[in-house]
Design a protein around this ligand. Structure first.
Ligand SMILES: *[C@@H]1O[C@H](CO)[C@@H](O)[C@H](O)[C@H]1NC(C)=O
Ligand SMILES: *[C@@H]1O[C@H](CO)[C@@H](O)[C@H](O)[C@H]1NC(C)=O
Length: 418
C-alpha cells in the first residue's frame, strides 16, 4: 500500500513541476500557450450522450451512474429545476414504473444543517426542525408532477474531458413518493437531473467543489439524441449569440427577455414577452394572448390548397394535413414561415425559430403546432422555450457570467473527448 502511495505522490509532484516549468517558460518568453494548457483554472467538462426526442418520446435523458458500486439510472434533463432526484427504496411508498429498480440509500442522509438543505428550505417553512434532523424535500413541477423524499449524499462517478475520472460525493433527492396527475401519462424515468442555477443543482455542486466552471449546456438533435455538458470546456469560442440572464420574478429560472414576437420577419404586435428556457419542457408554451396571435398569423399565412386542418389527428391540439400525407417534416416546412424572438433590452439579439423549431411530424403524415397555449396548463403569463425550439443548437447556460448563449450545431456528433 505504502509503496503505491509514494509512487502517486511522486507522480503528482513530477506533474506539478513539469506543468509549472512549462508555464514558466511560456510566460517568460511570452510565447503562445501550448494547446494542452488552457488559460482557465478549470479547463475541464463532463459530457453525457443523450437519448430521446421531442416526438413521440417527449424527453431527453442521460444515463447517470450513482453509488458505490455505481449503478446506472436514466434521468430526464431539466434546466427548469435545481434538485436531482432518483426513485428510491427508502422504502418506496409510491414509485412510478421506471427502467431500473429504485436506488437504495445507505445511511447517507443529509442533515438539516447542511447548506444544500438550507438552500431548498426557507427557515419559516420548517420552524420545528433541529440541525441534526434529516433533510426532507418536496418538488413540484409545472406539469403538477411531484416528488417527495429525503436528501442523501453518494458518489457520482464522472469522467472529465481531460481524461481524469473521479467519484465526488454529491447531494440528491431520494424520492419515495412520486405523484403524477391523472391527466398526464407518467414519464418512464428513474428521476430528474436538475440543472438549474440553485445551490443544490449538480452543476453548482461540481463547481463549488472546484472541478468545473458553473456552466451547463445541451445540444438536442432533431433526429433524436444529442449531448449534455457540465463545464465550459466544449463551448465554442466564437459564433455564439449571448443574452444576459434576467433576475426577477422567476428568480430560480433561466430567464431571458423581454422579447418581441415576429412572424416571417414582420411584427405581430406581441411585445415584451418574458421568456424562460427549460429543457424539462418538451414543447414551447406562449401565454394566451401571444398564442392566439401566433395561431391567427399562421392560419392567415396558410394556403388552403396546400394545408387543411387535420381534426382527426389528436397528437397535439392543432394539426394540419397536406393534399397527400407528408413524407417527412421537411416536406411540410416550406408552407410555414419562421418565427423570431427579438430581445429588446439588447441590440441584435434574436432567437430564430424555423418551422422545424415549432412543428412536429406525426405518424399519420401530418404536422402539428408544437407551441402550446400556456393558459391551458396554468402557466399564466410565463412563456417557456422547450426542447422543440432548441433543437440542433448548442444552448449554453453560463451561471458565472449570468448569460445564456446559443449557436447552430451538429448535435449528432459528440464533442471530441481526450
Ligand atoms: C482534469 O480535470 C479535473 C476536474 O477539473 C481535475 O480534478 C483533474 O485534476 C484534471 N486532471 C488532469 C490530469 O489535469
Ligand atoms: C388558451 O387557453 C385559455 C384557458 O384554457 C382559453 O381561455 C383560451 O381561449 C385559449 N386560447 C386559444 C387561442 O385557444
Amino acid at each position: 500500500m505504502r509503496g503505491k502511495w509514494e509512487v502517486v505522490r511522486l507522480w503528482v509532484l513530477y506533474c506539478l513541476l513539469l506543468s509549472g516549468f512549462f508555464q514558466g517558460v511560456f510566460s517568460a518568453f511570452n510565447l503562445p500557450r501550448p494547446p494542452w494548457k488552457k488559460q482557465s483554472n478549470f479547463g475541464s467538462s463532463v459530457v453525457f450522450p443523450l437519448v430521446g426526442n421531442v416526438y413521440p418520446k417527449g424527453y431527453y435523458q442521460v444515463t447517470l451512474n450513482v453509488g458505490q458500486p455505481p449503478k446506472p439510472y436514466f434521468l430526464d434533463i431539466d434546466t427548469g429545476s435545481d434538485l436531482t432526484w432518483l426513485q428510491c427504496d427508502a422504502p418506496c411508498v409510491k414509485c412510478i414504473p421506471a427502467p431500473h429498480s429504485p436506488y437504495k440509500p445507505n445511511k447517507n442522509v443529509v442533515k438539516h444543517k447542511d447548506p444544500i438543505c438550507a438552500s431548498l428550505h426557507s427557515p419559516a417553512n420548517h420552524p420545528r426542525h433541529t440541525p441534526d434532523d434529516q433533510c426532507d424535500y418536496e418538488v413540484e413541477y409545472a406539469d403538477h408532477c411531484s416528488s417527495l423524499g429525503v436528501l442523501v449524499r453518494d458518489a457520482f462517478p464522472v469522467k472529465f474531458t481531460n481524461g481524469s475520472s473521479i467519484a465526488p460525493p454529491l447531494v440528491f433527492g431520494c424520492g419515495y413518493d412520486q405523484e403524477v396527475p391523472a391527466s398526464e401519462h407518467a414519464p418512464y424515468t428513474d428521476g430528474i437531473l436538475g440543472l438549474g442555477n440553485g445551490k443544490s443543482s449538480i452543476v453548482s455542486q461540481l463547481s463549488s467543489l472546484g472541478f468545473i466552471r458553473n456552466v451547463v449546456g445541451h445540444c438536442l438533435s432533431g433526429q433524436g439524441g444529442g449531448f449534455l455538458f457540465l463545464g465550459d470546456d466544449v463551448v465554442p469560442s466564437s459564433g455564439i449569440v449571448w443574452s444576459p440572464i434576467v433576475r426577477g420574478s422567476s428568480e430560480k429560472h433561466y430567464s431571458l427577455g423581454p422579447a418581441d414576437l415576429l412572424f416571417g420577419g414582420q411584427a405581430t404586435g406581441i411585445k415584451g414577452l418574458p421568456i424562460i428556457l427549460d429543457s424539462g419542457s418538451t414543447f414551447t408554451y406562449f401565454n394566451s394572448k401571444a398564442y392566439k396571435t401566433l395561431l391567427s398569423s399562421i392560419k392567415k399565412n396558410i394556403d388552403a390548397k396546400q394545408l387543411t386542418d387535420a381534426v382527426n389527428d389528436k397528437s397535439l391540439p392543432v394539426c394540419w394535413k397536406g393534399s397527400k400525407p407528408f413524407k417527412s417534416l421537411k416536406d411540410a416546412t416550406m408552407y410555414f414561415k419562421p418565427l423570431t424572438l427579438s430581445f429588446t433590452k439588447a441590440k441584435n439579439i434574436q432567437l430564430q425559430l424555423t418551422p422545424e423549431a415549432y412543428l412536429i411530424y406525426t405518424d399519420k403524415g401530418n404536422v402539428c403546432l408544437g407551441i402550446l397555449n400556456g393558459s391551458v396548463v396554468g402557466l399564466g403569463d410565463v412563456n417557456i422555450i422547450g426542447d422543440i425550439s432548441m433543437l440542433d443548437k448548442m444552448v449554453i447556460y453560463d451561471n458565472e457570467k449570468q448569460q445564456i448563449g446559443w449557436v447552430p450545431a451538429n448535435c449528432n456528433k459528440l464533442p471530441l473527448l481526450s
